[in-house]
Design a protein around this ligand. Sequence first.
Ligand code: ATP
Ligand code: MG
Length: 264
Amino acid sequence: MPNEPSIQAKNLTKKFADFTAVDNISFSVNRGQTFAFLGPNGAGKTTTIKMLTTLLRPTSGEMLVNGYSPVTNQDDVRRSFGIVFQDPSLDDELTAYENMQFHGVLYKVTNLEKRIEDLLKFVELHDRKNDFVKHFSGGMKRRLEIARGLLHTPKVLFLDEPTLGLDPQTRNHIWSYLKQLNKTEGITVFFTTHYIEEADRVADYVAIIDNGKIVAQGTPKELKKQTKTASLEDAFLSLTGRKIREETAGAAEQMRMRHRLWRR
Ligand SMILES: Nc1ncnc2c1ncn2[C@@H]1O[C@H](COP(=O)(O)OP(=O)(O)OP(=O)(O)O)[C@@H](O)[C@H]1O
Ligand SMILES: [Mg+2]
């Protein structure tokens, strides 16, 4: 089914007790598309990714990932996607190679050694493969997480804030890998970011979520046209409310970064 969308959500809702984190959202991501899911802190992005990737059960609504239901067909769905989580998920006490190996064994990857070697070369970490992850910089860890997410040759890659806290050069680097994958292997890329200018540059299609609801979706060009703005960042701010959010988002992001620092 080549024309079937990679990811579909229809009237998807997630409630935590009586709080609605994701409120009746619908969207569709075509095969090979780079899809940006944007929204302020707490909008419902991670919750949506968790539902699509089988980690949370929706309260109501329907989803399909690579044609499989994340609710009733978890194994097939899991085999078909790779994921880079919002929070770091590498084992610091293992080497880069061992982190890859552990994941590869879990996923029963065939020809594992060659696959690990190739992917470590792809993210330019091959010469550091035997170093402990605890000695890696933030950018190196993120690149390793991307390589690990690709190990079982997924058709869809979910990335929840893959470039958070990285310097502009490393962020560019990461996007160039992802665009390359998207181009050469036709991988569908579903990502979130608070760096709206990144989405403006790399996304084919964008959905903006605010307070659990999708407030707009379209190509970056369409969203700019709709809001009569010159950049996706301005379109985003006009759709989500400029004043209040700017400060709270900044503060929340800072808190999170601090939390991460202390956890190390
Ligand atoms: N397990 C949970 N129990 C209760 N509330 C939750 C739970 N997980 C998420 N929430 C709430 O749901 C809302 C959406 O959270 P979510 O993590 O999806 O936001 P987000 O868009 O990913 O934000 P950020 O940009 O900060 O990562 C928030 O208000 C959050 O507090
Ligand atoms: Mg999140």
